[in-house]
Design a protein around this ligand. Structure first.
Ligand code: SF4
Length: 64
């Protein structure tokens, strides 16, 4: 699994961080997503899928 984020689409809703805090964080100043791990381990995959599904801006792409 490879995770790609689009900072231009992100609206800083933070849903991704709630779903997978080991893979996503948010910039302190404007809340835009920060990708912590573009190649998350197996155990994180379902959380990352959940984060992508929850993102209201469709800013998270999961490549398999
Ligand atoms: S859920 Fe989407 S819009 Fe919200 S911070 Fe994460 S990437 Fe950005």
């Amino acid at each position: 699994m490879k995770v790609v984020i689009d900072e231009d689409k992100c609206v800083g809703a933070g849903q991704c961080v709630l779903a997978a805090e080991e893979v996503f964080d948010q910039r302190e100043d404007d809340g835009i997503v920060v990708l912590l791990d573009a190649l998350p381990p197996e155990g994180q995959h379902s959380s990352v899928e959940d984060a992508a599904a929850r993102c209201p801006a469709l800013a998270i792409e999961v490549l398999k």
